[in-house]
Design a protein around this ligand. Sequence first.
Ligand SMILES: [Zn+2]
Length: 174
Amino acid sequence: MTYVKPGLLRYVLPAYLFGGLLVGAAVPPMQRFAAAHFGRAGYAVAFAVNIAMPVLVISLAAVYPRLGVVLAGTFLATLVFLITRGLNAPPLNAGWLRSLLGQMGPILVVASIAYHLLAAGTVAVLRPFRRVGHPPDPKACSCGYVLIGLTSDRCPECGRRQTVPRESALPTDP
Ligand SMILES: [Zn+2]
């Protein structure tokens, strides 16, 4: 079991923000590249929506697998991505809002829901191996009683037998 320090949150939330910004901002140059090399600018948006964004939200969910954070972060990244895509369509006037709403077509709504499911799924899959929090005290019984200076191999609180060293028993611990 790997325990992720809760303080890492201070880097993870900005990473969602900048990730969404970066993917959104990378679309226009990718469109030029795709148009020049494959003759289809549309590949760029497909890549951003179907590959870059899922990779972003899955990676960050794996780095900091706490459900509330990955859902909020994924929402943030998706929103920033969509806004960045909207900003890519000048001019910045009434047409801007229409173009932003245009970016939020049905496919992107479905994609946004899928990002949240992927992020939540990553947390669920990693749960047995990796979670945010502090490791349990190796000198404590599973009931929470701290076993220091005991002569018996049984916990005086719950009577459970203690195997020493406890570290070797960790992989099967809950
Ligand atoms: Zn105990």
